[in-house]
Design a protein around this ligand. Structure first.
Ligand code: IPE
Ligand code: IPE
Ligand code: MG
Length: 247
């Protein structure tokens, strides 16, 4: 049975977001260090990016490093940053070959200079690509993003360019790191944790959640298909009644 054929490509989520979790546990199960789990997760990233682009998903956002992840042991943080640099360097050509544009959301100024440099180059080199946008959430948290948006709007009010009473939901959205992107219709979280962990707090308001026990390094194309098929079986009511939707 080919799962890919069960995906209705006329009803694809435009934007899929993923909390890639469970690398540490995956390594521990194999008697390895946590960084072994992070390194082994690259295959899952590659497969997910490829599968999403092949299907025709427009935006794929991967939660790669949260604001809170800075509190991990310094050795893990620096190994993750190093892995980020080498992976981006290695994968940029493949992104170009697959016509995928790279973007980031998050406080990227707080990343080591080498990461910032590597990211800037990859973003620039892939900026003309149009099949899919791959968004890496790096040093990202929903509360950081909302605070940034509030500061931007408040300074407009301070400068007299905007009245507080005129602030609308779309203005808030336009001041988030995800400005211009559709909200994700589907959020996937691996490793079975039933929480959002400060990801896309505004954007996930009506997102369908799909949580799998699978640990992230084991995630493959077929698991993405499974998640999309599950999403396609759901009834998204947005507060309405089921009867209203059938009309
Ligand atoms: C996700 O895996 C990767 C990052 C948060 C960077 P974890 O490192 O959180 O793995 P677990 O949750 O400890 O298994
Ligand atoms: C969420 O995973 C962040 C990323 C996947 C980058 P964590 O492993 O940091 O989440 P918590 O701390 O268990 O909620
Ligand atoms: Mg975790």
């Amino acid at each position: 049975m080919d799962l890919r054929e069960k995906v209705d490509i006329n009803n694809l989520p435009k934007h899929i977001a993923v909390i890639m979790d469970g690398n540490g546990r995956w390594a521990k199960q194999r008697g390895g260090l946590r960084i072994f789990g992070h390194k082994s997760a690259i295959t899952a990233v590659r497969e997910t990016v490829e599968a999403a682009a092949e299907l025709g998903v427009q935006y794929l956002t991967l939660y790669a490093f949260s604001t809170e992840n800075w509190s991990r042991p310094a050795s893990e943080v620096s190994a993750l940053m190093q892995l980020l640099v080498t992976t981006i360097r290695k994968e940029t050509a493949t992104l170009n070959k697959n016509n995928i544009r790279l973007q980031t959301i998050g406080d990227t100024d707080s990343l080591p200079k080498s990461c910032q440099q590597e990211l800037m180059e990859a973003i620039e080199m892939t900026s003309g690509n149009s099949r899919m946008t791959l968004v890496l959430a790096l040093s990202y948290s929903g509360r950081w993003e909302l605070t940034q948006a509030m500061k931007k709007l408040a300074s407009k009010v301070e400068r007299g360019e905007l009245q507080a009473a005129e602030i609308t939901e779309s203005m808030v959205a336009a001041n988030l790191a995800t400005a211009g992107m559709p909200d994700p219709e589907l959020l996937i979280r691996t490793s079975g944790e039933m929480r959002i962990s400060n990801f896309l707090l505004w954007q996930l308001a009506y997102t369908e959640l799909y949580i799998t026990e699978l640990l992230w390094p084991d995630f493959r194309k077929e698991h993405l298909y499974e998640a999309i098929i599950s999403y396609q079986r759901r009834e998204r009511r947005f507060g309405k009644t089921s009867e209203q939707l059938i009309k």
